[in-house]
Design a protein around this ligand. Structure first.
Ligand SMILES: NC(=O)c1ccc[n+]([C@@H]2O[C@H](COP(=O)([O-])OP(=O)(O)OC[C@H]3O[C@@H](n4cnc5c(N)ncnc54)[C@H](O)[C@@H]3O)[C@@H](O)[C@H]2O)c1
Length: 337
């Protein structure tokens, strides 16, 4: 069965391509390489012994999307990762984010509605919950006003899919990721942040490698156990596996609603200092860091209630924080060697 993975050469997309191929799916990856490299295909080949079909084009080009689906009208489902994802950049350049994250989504959905099998998985985010009132966060927690254009594109994306599903044959699963980290255990594929990393773990590994002088810990006066902000860090391979399970659910027509939503996290919150301590343990070195003031827009804590994914999808994150950090460290060392 043919599955299309948009953004298939990116961080989460490439790990999902591997898991799909491991399960015997034929994969067609679309990517414009704006935040990835064609070398990722070699990494996928080294893990699975197979390269996906790769089509390089920009999903903002409506005619290219139409042409693609006209040639691939036998696809069984689409997993849509392609998007721009830097929160700060989205504040500086909102139109880029609305164009890339919304127009591309609309063009793909337009073509999907013409297919016999219109199964769609969307990369959403826990940012839709903002600072939720209750921890752990369930899928029923209220959606808060977005704090950035990036966050807004995820909320609007969910709404577009829900509206479309009401009047078309599209069946969809919205996956709300918490904080994806780590790399494939083989270190053949992983995260390739461009420029200064926005996220904690790549910043830690780059600091440990000596690419950055020190890590800034934003705030130690949050109402958490040690004062630093708490997040739910999930290994990217666990996350990728959830996409395969979700796609099989749609293919087997096991979904109960036309749009279903699942949190994907570990269910455990870790503070920034806990992450640093765990990293120091697995890398066997001290990390240079300093506490600085809070960063605007950061929330205090977010971790998932994963009961729905556990019980309905039958999926549970397997990796520990230490395993995830060890894989991130292995990847950092490999790409710098
Ligand atoms: N990584 C996270 O922390 C996180 C958290 C929550 C949600 N998400 C969402 O998950 C998805 C995947 O994230 P990721 O971390 O793998 O990002 P990524 O940047 O590594 O992957 C996205 C891929 O899409 C490609 N792409 C972007 N715009 C495109 C376009 N117009 N046409 C074709 N290809 C295009 C990029 O080149 C890249 O390879 C995104 O939708 C992101 O918003 C990510």
């Amino acid at each position: 069965m043919k599955i299309v993975v948009t953004g298939g050469l990116g961080f989460i997309g490439s790990h999902t391509v591997v898991e799909l191929q491991n399960e015997g799916f034929e994969v067609v990856a679309i990517d414009n390489l704006s935040n990835s490299s064609e070398k990722v295909l070699d990494g996928i080949f080294n893990i699975t012994g197979k390269k996906p079909i790769f089509e390089k084009f920009d999903l903002r080009e409506k005619s290219a999307v139409q042409d693609f689906f006209a040639r691939h009208n036998d696809v069984a489902g689409v997993i849509h990762f392609a998007a721009s994802k830097a929160v700060g950049e989205s504040v500086e350049n909102p139109l880029l984010y609305y164009e890339n994250n919304i127009n591309a989504l609309v063009y793909v959905l337009q073509e999907l509605t013409k297919l016999e099998k219109a199964n769609f998985i969307f990369s959403s985010s826990c940012t839709v919950y903002g600072q939720a009132e209750k921890m752990p966060i369930t899928e029923n927690a209220s959606i808060q006003p977005a704090m950035s254009p990036y966050g807004n594109t995820k909320q609007i994306g969910e709404e577009i899919i829900t509206d479309v599903a009401k009047v078309t044959n599209v069946n969809s699963i919205l996956l709300r990721y918490f904080n994806p980290i780590g790399s494939h255990p083989t270190a053949e594929i992983g995260e390739l942040p461009l420029g200064v990393p926005q996220n904690l773990v790549p910043f830690i590994t780059q600091t440990a490698f000596g690419l950055r002088e020190k890590l800034s810990v934003y705030g130690d006066d949050y109402p958490t156990s040690d004062g630093t902000a708490v997040r739910d860090y999930i290994h990217v391979v666990d996350l990728a596996k959830a996409h395969v399970i979700a796609m099989k659910r749609l293919l087997d027509k096991k979904n109960i609603e036309k749009v279903e939503t699942f949190n994907l996290g570990t269910g455990t919150g870790s503070s920034v200092l806990e992450v640093i301590t765990a990293f120091e343990k697995v890398s066997n070195q001290k990390l240079n860091y300093q506490i600085v003031g809070r960063r605007e827009g950061d929330i205090t804590e977010a971790y998932a209630n994963t009961d729905k994914a556990n019980n309905i999808l039958g999926w549970k994150a397997q990796s520990t924080l230490e395993e995830s950090l060890a894989s991130a460290w292995k990847w950092e060392q490999k790409i710098r060697s």
